[in-house]
Ligand binder design. Structure first.
Ligand code: ZN
Length: 274
């Protein structure tokens, strides 16, 4: 019998760019029970949709360009395991630098705010470290403001003259009060006020994919509730570290900071095939 899947894994080199979500697909074959991939120190499960095994891998905006090998582990129904190596080839992205002016208290933090923002950063990174091993989404991913665009993902940023972390999301133009919609179905894992991102909602879509909506004037999502694709998470606003009202929309994939629109533009319709 031809070993379609293993042949496909052997032949696979996936080419992408820094700061992208990339979909990996292998054909199913009889007797395969599960597939997972170890890449960049993370374990990423595949799910069977129709006749293909698929997953989405996050390529962080600061990963070194070049070939990054990974191991694909195939477990058969009889318990046999086979490992094959595959490669994700990462090309560099040219991220521009932007200078921004914000309230000084968001650049030179007082001790209380420093403690608070440090605690919140830990809380968030703990959330992003969890890979829910199933798909919670049920449609293709869509922008939280219909037709919305934001081109400043990955920009190197200088706040009031001080270099800070790169921009890890996309900023979408929005007046205060604009309805913000969940990019897909998922579970609400955070809904509260944070120092830098203001009123913030985080949704777990499964397989390590999280969406984050920041600077909201009002939160409508309820912690631990399932939210549907297109359901309102809140209203746009200007809470936290901002230059004015807008939506900051972030996507993490297994902790990697990726351009949210790389998920929206993902070619395969299989992403919505639940
Ligand atoms: Zn932003």
């Amino acid at each position: 019998m031809t070993n379609l899947l293993l042949a496909a894994v052997l032949a696979a080199t996936f080419t992408t760019n820094q700061g992208k979500a990339v979909q990996l697909t292998f054909p199913n074959e009889a007797g395969v029970r599960s597939i997972e991939m170890k890449w960049q120190g993370k374990t990423v499960p595949f799910v069977l949709l129709k006749d293909s095994w698929i997953t989405v891998v996050g390529v962080d905006l600061d990963i070194k360009p070049g070939d990054h090998p990974g191991d694909v582990l195939v477990t058969r129904a009889d318990g046999r395991m086979e490992t094959r190596s595959t490669t994700i080839r990462v090309e560099s992205t040219n991220f521009p630098t932007t200078e921004l002016q914000v309230e000084e208290r968001f650049v030179q933090l007082n001790p209380a705010d420093q403690t608070r923002s440090g605690r919140e950063a830990q809380e968030i990174s703990k959330i992003f470290g969890v890979v829910t091993p199933e798909i919670l989404w049920d449609k293709p991913f869509s922008a939280p403001i219909p037709g919305g665009r934001g081109a400043n993902f990955g920009h190197r940023r200088v706040f009031n003259g001080e270099p800070r972390a790169p921009h890890n999301g996309a900023d979408l133009r929005a007046q205060t009060g604009t309805p913000i919609r969940s990019t897909n179905r998922g579970r609400v894992v955070m809904a509260k006020n944070l120092f830098f991102t203001g009123n913030t909602v985080i949704v777990d879509h499964g397989l390590g994919i999280y969406s984050l909506y920041a600077h909201l004037s009002r939160i409508d999502a309820r912690l631990n509730a399932i939210i549907e694709n297109g359901q309102q998470v809140g209203l746009a606003g200007a809470t936290g570290r901002v230059t004015g009202p807008h939506l900051h929309w972030g996507i993490r994939v297994q902790g990697a900071r990726v351009d949210p629109f790389s998920l929206v533009n993902m070619a395969s319709s299989s992403l919505g095939a639940n």
